[in-house]
Write a protein that binds this ligand. Structure first.
Ligand code: URA
Length: 428
């Protein structure tokens, strides 16, 4: 005999009521076991989409999704801290950040996903390194955290299975874009991963999930509240995503750029965000005196990167895949680059083969885009602005169409928008 009737829970939310912790725990569990039907959960997801949930309901919903699966126990001899980004174009920050924070003394368990749509996936990027293996067992994750201090690998099947089922349903029922459902989905996976602290990079702009700063701020606030309610020290940075991050967008090109950063070079925006996130992570891990800018510049983080890649059978010294075809886009006139739209660059890279339209598709590891100039820079007619990389040259016209009107040159100098917009910390 079930504790509640699904239709009563649906009606309560449909009419704008507040669901109790017991109702939420039951409905998420019953859905995971198949006792609540797909059509009932889609009605409830739509009711939540339209009526929302308060902070207590969201914390309970997240807890129920965590309880649907296993929670990793990360007793690894160092404080654990993780980072999650809501996703953006050229966002390769995990690659330098995880070894950097490990080189500063914390342990970083980064359970990541693959790309879908215009934002790339961390695992797709790392798989361009010859030999590198994404799938690790829970024992391998713990061993690597003890020995190296950082692991970036595929999320194990047992983490928050309710979220996997519900996300697939939301995807086909128009209920993805709900802040309570997005926030509980993200945090259930991150909390189940077992880290004691979490820093979130919540992106706002054309290349992000949240297009406006106001939406991103609300998501960030909700994520921090959920972490706090579940005893995970959580901070969120609000960052701009109207322009791609760094110069490289794709797979192997992003790995190459991350390695430049780990060797003390690389684009200034990637370095700025990597160091800012590292500082927040180390503060939450109880290591506020660590100096990530110095560790990055010294090459110590690069050594940790090499150990992290080797631990997963990758060869950090092996050449990365090169594209069969490169198409260069040049400036039409003299002036100042004023717009380089992140969404357009993400779509163009995806069309070149860097991303996938369906989960089962393979990506081209050498495909992507190099942005040779960024907004604010002076450019002259004929100067190369973008390099389009692909193994399938027939993809170039589609990529150029995506970029049409989205790379603009102005007559007067423009000031680029700031990268870090705000920092949201849990209230004491
Ligand atoms: N990412 C997630 O993990 N879940 C969502 O609902 C949206 C983005």
């Amino acid at each position: 005999m079930e504790k509640f009737a699904a239709v009563d829970v649906i009606r309560a939310k449909r009419d704008g009521g507040r669901l109790s912790g017991e109702q939420i725990a039951w409905v998420v569990d019953a859905y995971t076991r198949g006792a609540v039907a797909e059509e009932q959960m889609s009605a409830l997801a739509m009711a939540v989409f339209l009526r929302g949930m308060d902070a207590g309901e969201i914390a309970a919903w997240t807890g129920a999704m965590i309880d649907s699966g296993e929670r990793l126990a990360l007793d690894v001899g160092r404080p654990t801290v993780d980072k999650h980004s809501t996703g953006g174009v050229g966002d390769k920050i995990t690659l330098p950040l995880a070894p950097l924070v490990a080189a500063c003394g914390a342990a970083v368990p980064q359970l990541s996903g693959r790309g879908l749509g215009h934002t790339g996936g961390t695992l797709d990027k790392l798989e361009s390194i010859p030999g590198w293996r994404a799938a690790l067992s829970a024992e391998e994750i713990v061993r690597q955290l003890r020995e190296v201090g950082a692991v970036v690998c595929a999320a194990t099947e047992g983490l928050a299975p309710a979220d996997r089922k519900l996300y697939a349903l939301r995807d086909v029922t128009g209920t993805v874009e709900s802040i309570p459902l997005i926030a509980s989905s993200i945090m259930s996976k991150k909390i189940a991963e077992g880290s004691s602290a979490l820093v979130l990079d919540v992106k706002a702009g054309s290349g992000a999930f949240m297009k406006t700063e106001a939406q991103a701020r609300e998501l960030a606030r909700t994520l921090v509240e959920i972490g706090t309610a579940h005893g995970v020290a959580t901070t969120a940075l609000l960052t701009g995503m109207d322009v791609p991050l760094g110069s490289a967008v794709g797979n192997a090109v992003e790995v190459a750029e991350a390695v430049e950063v780990l060797r003390g070079g690389g684009p200034a925006d990637v370095v700025e965000l990597t160091v800012a996130l590292a500082k927040e992570m180390l503060a939450l891990a109880g290591l506020p005196e660590a100096d990530p800018a110095r560790v990055l510049a010294s090459g110590e983080a690069y050594e940790t990167w090499c150990r992290m890649i080797r631990a997963q059978d990758g060869d950090p010294e092996a050449p990365l895949p090169k594209p069969r075809h490169v198409h260069v886009v040049t400036a039409e006139r003299d002036g100042y680059l004023s717009v380089l739209d992140a969404y357009a660059v993400g779509i163009a890279a995806w069309r070149l083969g860097a991303g996938r339209a369906r989960r089962e598709e393979a990506v081209q590891h050498a495909a992507g885009i190099l942005c040779l100039a960024k907004p604010g820079e002076a450019v002259s007619a004929g100067q190369p602005l973008l390099e389009l990389h692909t193994d399938t040259p027939e993809a170039v016209p589609g990529a150029l169409e995506a970029l049409s009107g989205q790379v603009c040159i102005a007559d007067t100098p423009v000031t680029p928008a700031p990268l870090i917009l705000d920092t949201l910390r849990a209230r004491p």
